[in-house]
Design a protein. Structure first.
Ligand code: M6R
Length: 598
């Protein structure tokens, strides 16, 4: 959460900062700001609201300099306004700091500084760090920042510049992501590699406790005690165009339509028996006593899908856990267990903490992540990259599909007895099948008109279809702001059926043939109470088709792949309903991509 960008080099920083912030806006969009250092002249400009407001404000201003830092904010401490926006300054206005994370002991530090007559303008935890920097100046920026960092409890990616040492940026991280972009005679900083990809694909992913001193475009890495360290430079193979809207109105829509192409990459090289791209082989997989799938949000929903598959092929119990809950209870994790942590960003704070817990208990951790070099990828014992490219829309779409397919590939490789009703040959056809599923979009657009004004929408399904329903409901509510709830279809009559009345939309996913009759009976029950039923299934579900108000027919495929592609109509429903209602699809209110705070 919160986007960070920094630049040191021969070019004018302002256009680079604005370009980077535009790519980072999905990380937070309640205010934005920049600080530019020109020799000993420090200029800070910041504005409440979307980045465009800052851009308009800066349109005719010429702020030249040799160093710049910029920030887009997702508020934690203090309401979104101009004053609480970053960068923040010390009392003498000699330091500029931007910060991602939460300083937990800021109140105590603030009390101490107030006793020494320092003053504060904002309600943020970050300003306390800025004021403390002014208070602790030692004569060298790196030393001052590391000294102050030693006093901080909590999480941070900090970027600091100061008139006291013109030409230098110092940055450091603890639990919040920070990437260094290595250019020719220039150095970039960002919270996310996609923000600087247009300038360089050579990146260093800073580790917790790493600090960097950048002077005139050149950098040196240090630990918190100022011992020089080195880190590997990684080359990122994402295409710049993947992080651009390329003429589409919304990233989310572009990312839905990219799914055929990106899934081609997810499966590539992973369909052959014995593929080295499968990080855990069958023998090892069979040896685990229990599997814990741990994740948040959409990634958790993907885990619900994986549970059934892994239990079926390995005969090992699987527990799917919300990372934010798992980390604070005392799960009985053993050293012969496998933890599968799932995350698009690889930076979700709760999932990282859950991973630490799994590792502390000696279990093997396999990370299914999208972002190469992310924290989870580095922490895990084994990594399976989704390879779906940068996902910018806050509402996850292609990464979710990548998570389903990733787990399906693992399960298929572990399926020694052929228990899954699909083959590698069929999985190879998945991109074409996804393409064919896109044909439902016009029908979905019409259906969306019948639900965009309803207040409550229910998604139901059984088995794997329930996992899909959970994701369908989340997609709809996060971008349309309508109340949507997912239920295992058999649970309706245990309470929620009381809410069903004339015209209540019920969206049914029914790809599981062996459960079709049961699901159809549940649909009869809601129909009898006047519900408006929209069902997603294949052409064999005649009875369900007959009783549904709208029926979205999936292309012919095995039951397993039908389930996988069922998410596409649900993604289209969420997108078109939100679009009809004129909502800010890529930047839904109160949310941000990559939840790096608790
Ligand atoms: O980066 P992660 O996959 O770990 O993120 C987890 C959730 O924050 C994320 O899936 C969130 O629920 C999405 N906004 C849903 O669309």
């Amino acid at each position: 959460m919160c986007g960070i960008i920094g630049y040191s080099g021969p070019k004018e920083p302002l256009p680079i900062l604005i370009g980077g912030l535009s790519r980072l806006e999905y990380r937070g969009y309640d205010s934005a700001g920049v600080a530019i250092l020109d020799g000993e002249k420090l200029t800070i400009e910041k504005k409440e609201g979307k980045l465009q407001i800052l851009k308009d404000h800066l349109e005719n201003s010429k702020i030249n300099g040799n160093i710049g830092i910029g920030h887009t904010r997702w508020a934690t401490h203090g309401v979104p306004n101009d004053v609480n926006a970053h960068p923040h300054s010390d009392n003498q206005k000699e330091f500029a700091i931007i910060h991602n994370g939460i300083i937990e002991n800021y109140a105590e530090m603030k009390d101490d500084l107030l006793k020494e007559d320092f003053i504060f303008e904002s309600d943020t935890d970050t300003e306390v760090v800025a004021v403390e920097l002014g208070n602790q100046w030692t004569g060298r920026l790196l030393e001052t920042v590391t000294n102050v960092a030693k006093k901080l409890d909590g999480t941070y990616a900090l970027v600091v510049t100061s008139t006291k040492e013109p030409g230098t940026i110092v940055a450091g991280r603890m639990m919040s992501p920070l990437v260094l972009g290595v250019g020719e005679g220039e150095t970039f900083l960002a919270s996310d590699s996609a923000a600087i990809l247009e300038h360089t694909n050579k990146m260093i992913f800073l580790e917790n406790g790493d600090f960097v001193e950048i002077t005139n475009g050149k950098f040196k890495l240090f630990d918190i005690n100022m011992n020089e360290i080195s880190r590997e430079i990684q080359e990122i193979d994402w295409k710049v165009s993947e992080a651009e809207k390329s003429g589409y109105d919304h990233f989310m829509y572009k990312e839905i339509l990219e799914q055929a192409e990106v899934i081609e990459r997810t499966i590539s090289g992973r369909l052959e028996v014995g593929s080295e791209e499968i990080p855990i082989d069958l023998n090892k997989a069979k040896g685990f006593e229990k599997i814990w799938i741990v994740a948040c949000g959409t990634a958790y929903h993907a885990g619900l899908f994986g549970k059934d598959l892994f239990e079926k092929v390995l005969g090992v119990p699987v527990s799917v856990e919300l990372a934010s809950e798992f980390r604070y209870r005392e799960p009985i994790v053993g050293k012969n267990d496998l933890g599968i942590v799932i995350s698009q960003s690889g930076e979700t704070m709760d999932t990282i903490a859950a991973t630490e817990l799994l590792k502390e208990n000696g279990s093997h951790v396999l990370a299914l992540v999208n972002v190469v070099g992310s924290s989870l990828a580095r922490m895990a014992d084994s990594v399976f990259y989704l390879h779906v490219g940068p996902e910018i829309g806050v509402a996850s779409t292609k990464a979710y599909l990548g998570m389903l397919v990733g787990q399906l590939l693992l399960a298929k490789h572990w399926d020694s007895e052929g228990k899954l009703d699909t083959s590698f040959d069929e999985i190879k056809q998945l991109p074409a099948l996804i393409e064919k599923t896109f044909e439902c979009e016009d029908q979905v657009k019409k259906i969306s008109k019948s639900i965009n004004e309803k207040n409550d929408i229910y998604f139901i399904g059984r088995g794997l279809d329930y996992a899909l329903a959970a994701e369908g409901a989340l997609k709809l509510k996060e971008i349309s702001y309508l109340h949507a709830e997912a239920l295992a279809a058999g649970e309706l009559k245990h309470g929620t059926l009381a809410l069903i009345e004339e015209g209540t939309p019920i969206i049914v996913t029914a790809s599981q043939h062996h459960l079709l009759d049961k699901t159809t009976s549940n649909v009869q029950e809601v129909k009898a109470r006047g519900a408006y039923v929209i069902a997603v299934g294949d052409s064999s579900s005649k009875k369900l088709q007959d009783i549904s108000n709208d029926y979205i027919t999936l292309p012919e495929a095995s039951e397993m792949l039908s389930t996988v592609i069922s998410i596409i109509p649900l993604q289209f429903i969420a997108y078109h309903v939100a679009n009809l209602n004129g909502e800010s699809i890529d930047q839904p209110r109160n949310l941000a991509k990559s939840v790096t705070v608790e």
